[in-house]
Design a protein around this ligand. Structure first.
Ligand SMILES: *[C@@H]1O[C@H](CO)[C@@H](O)[C@H](O)[C@H]1NC(C)=O
Ligand SMILES: *[C@@H]1O[C@H](CO)[C@@H](O)[C@H](O)[C@H]1NC(C)=O
Ligand SMILES: *[C@@H]1O[C@H](CO)[C@@H](O)[C@H](O)[C@H]1NC(C)=O
Ligand SMILES: *[C@@H]1O[C@H](CO)[C@@H](O)[C@H](O)[C@H]1NC(C)=O
Ligand SMILES: *[C@@H]1O[C@H](CO)[C@@H](O)[C@H](O)[C@H]1NC(C)=O
Ligand SMILES: *[C@@H]1O[C@H](CO)[C@@H](O)[C@H](O)[C@H]1NC(C)=O
Ligand SMILES: *[C@@H]1O[C@H](CO)[C@@H](O)[C@H](O)[C@H]1NC(C)=O
Length: 305
């Protein structure tokens, strides 16, 4: 009753159509999608419980009053057939809310991305007012709360964990998104070339069966380890013959991809080439670039496959 009285008072005192009335307006929130209580999807969309003239409620997003038509004095919307009159918004009069806006708060809950189910609720929006730190943010350093020139990240299939090549700490961190600290996985023996060590790790690739491929940059080799087995020793799967442009050597790898045949594809920045290493092979095959020298042919040849 008091709310309604206030409402009619504000109707009388505010004559500018469609604009917001006082800042003290209050419309209850509504968890239209049930998202607020659903831990399996993540939403930041705020929806409000708007009242229809007949007493039922609909869920809709925050609205810009001036863009909407006003309802008639009988609280009807005559202009189009795809709006509903809502009587309790922060606008100073009942306004006609497009059904398309209501659908923003009532669509199915999740969105499927092409690279996996992110489980982001359909009503979710980015909060652009603040950058959100998901890992690190505590200055450069070697503690588990810190990163030191991180080079690359990959996501696990649930998109809740990232693996970070923490280059200047010569380690790979497993970091649950938003957690206060990471956990070292795999080599943790400092900077060197034994199998339990890394030397400025850079690019990463995580296969669907949990093999993490690591560009072990200054060892000019590719290391492989399972994210499911807690082993400190990784296995060399390419390179480890020093820096160079022979086909059994690597340069600075800036990207890596592993296909379903376990062939490793490498982008070698300073060798100006893309090579592929078949599973178990001790040398790469030129894919793109100049092979210099290439076995059995003069420098300058290149093979496209
Ligand atoms: C969500 O949970 C809270 C607290 O348990 C409850 O008050 C609220 O009604 C729930 N909302 C929905 C949409 O189920
Ligand atoms: C209230 O109005 C809406 C929109 O016209 C309608 O969909 C709904 O069925 C009505 N509810 C009742 C209880 O009359
Ligand atoms: C919508 O957002 C404005 C600020 O942008 C806020 O004052 C208002 O309370 C919000 N709620 C509704 C229902 O419009
Ligand atoms: C709404 O209006 C359009 C055009 O006037 C019409 O084609 C459509 O069928 C109407 N929809 C409903 C639900 O009445
Ligand atoms: C929670 O969200 C998931 C993912 O969208 C959905 O499959 C599930 O049915 C929802 N659960 C409830 C109780 O709404
Ligand atoms: C965005 O983040 C800030 C800071 O955490 C918070 O105050 C604000 O309410 C957020 N906005 C929305 C729409 O969630
Ligand atoms: C791991 O590597 C270190 C250094 O090369 C070696 O001493 C150790 O035996 C290895 N451990 C296993 C389980 O292979």
């Amino acid at each position: 009753m008091i709310l309604f009285l206030f409402y009619f008072l504000s109707l009388c005192t505010n004559t500018i159509q469609g604009q917001r009335s006082s800042s003290s307006c209050s419309v209850p929130l509504c968890n239209s999608l049930g998202d607020a209580n659903n831990s399996t999807c993540s939403s930041s969309k705020i929806c409000y419980q708007y009242q229809l003239p007949n007493g039922t409620a609909v869920c809709g997003p925050n609205i810009t009053c001036s863009l909407f038509d006003l309802c008639t004095t009988q609280n009807k919307c005559t202009t189009t057939n795809n709006t509903l009159c809502i009587v309790n918004s922060c606008c100073n009069q009942p306004v006609c809310m497009p059904l398309s806006l209501i659908s923003l708060c009532t669509q199915p809950k999740t969105q499927q991305s092409s690279s996996g189910n992110l489980n982001i609720c359909s009503g979710a929006t980015w909060n652009t007012s603040i950058p959100i730190t998901v890992a690190g943010g505590n200055g450069a350093g070697g503690s588990l709360q810190q990163l030191y020139y991180p080079k690359f990240i990959v996501f696990d299939s649930s998109y809740t964990i990232i693996y970070i090549s923490d280059a200047y700490n010569h380690r790979i961190l497993k970091w649950i998104i938003g957690a206060l600290q990471g956990r070292i996985i795999g080599p943790n023996g400092g900077q060197s070339s034994s199998s339990n060590q890394l030397d400025y790790p850079s690019c990463l690739y995580l296969t669907s069966d949990g093999d993490l491929y690591i560009c072990d940059n200054n060892n000019y080799r590719i290391q492989k380890m399972s994210i499911y087995l807690i082993l400190t020793n990784a296995t060399t799967v390419a390179g480890a013959n020093g820096q160079g442009s022979q086909l059994n050597q690597l340069g600075d790898c800036v990207d890596i991809y592993v296909d379903t045949s376990k062939t490793i594809w490498l982008v070698e920045f300073d060798n100006h080439r893309i090579t592929k290493w078949l599973q178990g092979s001790t040398f790469g095959i030129m894919y793109l670039g100049q092979s210099s020298p290439s076995p059995g042919s003069g420098a300058g040849d290149y093979i496209l496959v």
